[in-house]
Design a protein around this ligand. Structure first.
Ligand SMILES: NC(=O)c1ccc[n+]([C@@H]2O[C@H](COP(=O)([O-])OP(=O)(O)OC[C@H]3O[C@@H](n4cnc5c(N)ncnc54)[C@H](O)[C@@H]3O)[C@@H](O)[C@H]2O)c1
Length: 320
C-alpha cells in the first residue's frame, strides 16, 4: 500500500514509518521538523519519500493524500510545555492542519487513522478511562486545555465525516516512551529524567510526585496504531492505546536512578514554577484497554523495566 504518515519524522511517527517499511509498504512522510528530527528516519530514509513541509498547506496535503491509499495523521503541536508556551501555534496546527488532512481523506475517499490523546479525558476522576466516558476540562483561560479541546474537535470532525462515508479510526495514546524521545524536545518525563540521571543531575519531579501515569513502550504504541489503522473492524471506532499499569512519578524517578546507577537526588518543583500560575495537572490517567483487546486483539505487553532498559541502551549509544 501507499501510506502517507504526517508527523512521520517525530518520535512515534518515525517508529511507525520503520514498521510500515518493514511490512513492505510504500511510505511518504510529511513533516515540518518543528519538533521532529530527520535523524529519526535514518533507518528508513532510503526507502521512503520525505516531504519537509507543513500540514497547513492545504494544496500540498490534498496532493499527497490523493496519491496515498491510507493516511496516518500524527503531525501535531504536542507537549504540555509547548502548548502552554505557544498556545496559538499548537491550536492552529491541531485544528486547521488536522482539518486539511481529514477533508482531503474525505474528498479522495482514503482511509484515515487519527492520532489523539489521553488528554481528551481531561481531569476526570473516573478510572479507568473508557472511550465513551465524559470529558472533564478546566477553563479556556488555562492554556493546557486547548490541546485536549483541539484534539476533540479533530475526533468530532472525523466521526461526523464517518457518517458520510469516511473510513476512519482514532487512537488515544497514553504516555508513550522509548528510543528517540528528545530530551531537548517537548519534555516527556522519561526523557527528562533519563538525561538528568545519566548526567548525575537532580531528577525533576513536579508537584509531590504521587501523580500516576501509565507508561507505554513505543513498540506497543505503534502496534496498536497499526492495527487500528489497517484493520477493517476498527473503522468508525475510537481506541485507547496504552498500558494499564499505573506508576507514580516518584517510583519512576527511583527506578531510573536505580537502573542508571546514578548519584542523582530528587528535586521537587511546583507546577507553578514550571508552567506558570493557574496550571492544572491530572492526578491519574489509566486507560480502559478492553475495547482495543476485544476489537483489535491488542494489549500493551512490554513491562516498564524492560522498556526503560531498551530506551537506556539507545540513549547510551546515541548520546555517548
Ligand atoms: N508521545 C505521547 O505520549 C503522545 C500522547 C498522546 C498523543 N500523542 C500524539 O501522537 C502524535 C505524535 O506525537 P509524538 O509524541 O511522536 O510527538 P512529536 O513531536 O515527536 O511528533 C509530532 C510530529 O509532527 C510534526 N509537526 C508538527 N507540526 C507540523 C505541521 N504543521 N506540519 C507537519 N508536521 C508537523 C513535528 O515536526 C513532529 O515530527 C501527535 O498527534 C500527538 O498529539 C502522543
Amino acid at each position: 500500500m501507499r501510506v502517507l504518515v504526517t508527523g512521520g519524522a517525530g518520535y512515534i511517527g518515525s517508529h511507525l514509518v520503520d514498521r510500515l517499511v518493514k511490512l513492505g509498504h510504500e511510505v511518504t512522510v510529511l513533516d515540518d521538523l518543528s519538533t521532529g528530527n530527520s535523524a529519526n528516519l535514518a533507518e528508513s530514509r532510503s526507502h521512503i519519500r520525505f516531504v519537509e513541509d507543513t500540514i497547513l498547506d492545504d494544496r500540498l496535503v490534498d496532493k499527497l493524500v490523493r496519491r496515498a491509499d491510507t493516511v496516518f495523521h500524527l503531525a501535531a503541536g504536542v507537549g504540555v510545555g509547548n502548548i502552554v508556551a505557544k498556545p496559538l501555534d499548537a491550536l492552529i496546527t491541531n485544528t486547521r492542519g488536522a482539518e486539511n488532512v481529514i477533508e482531503a481523506c474525505v474528498k479522495h475517499e482514503k482511509r484515515l487513522l487519527l492520532a489523539s490523546t489521553s488528554e481528551i479525558y481531561g481531569k476526570t476522576g473516573k478510572m479507568p478511562m473508557s472511550e465513551d466516558d465524559d470529558r472533564v476540562l478546566g477553563s479556556t483561560t488555562i492554556a493546557r486545555w486547548g490541546y485536549s479541546t483541539a484534539k476533540a474537535i479533530d475526533e468530532h470532525l472525523a466521526l461526523a465525516y464517518a457518517q458520510h462515508g469516511l473510513r476512519m479510526s482514532v487512537v488515544r495514546y497514553f504516555n508513550s516512551y522509548g528510543p528517540r524521545l528528545d530530551p531537548k524536545g517537548y519534555g516527556s518525563v522519561v526523557a527528562n529524567m533519563m538525561r538528568q540521571a545519566l548526567a548525575d543531575e537532580p531528577l525533576t519531579v513536579h508537584g509531590d510526585g504521587t501523580q500516576t501515569r501509565c507508561f507505554t513502550y513505543v513498540e506497543d504504541t505503534v502496534e496498536g496504531t497499526l492495527r487500528a489503522g489497517l484493520d477493517a473492524k476498527a473503522e468508525g471506532v475510537v481506541f485507547n492505546v496504552g498500558n494499564d499499569r499505573e506508576t507514580t512519578i516518584n517510583d519512576l524517578a527511583a527506578l531510573i536512578i536505580e537502573m542508571t546507577g546514578s548519584r542523582s537526588a530528587i528535586r521537587r518543583m511546583s507546577y507553578e514554577e514550571r508552567y506558570g500560575k493557574g496550571f492544572e495537572d491530572t492526578k491519574r490517567r489509566v486507560p480502559d484497554v478492553r475495547r482495543a483487546a476485544d476489537v483489535l486483539g491488542f494489549r500493551a505487553s512490554i513491562e516498564l523495566r524492560d522498556g526503560l532498559e531498551r530506551t537506556l541502551q539507545w540513549w547510551r549509544n546515541t548520546y555517548r
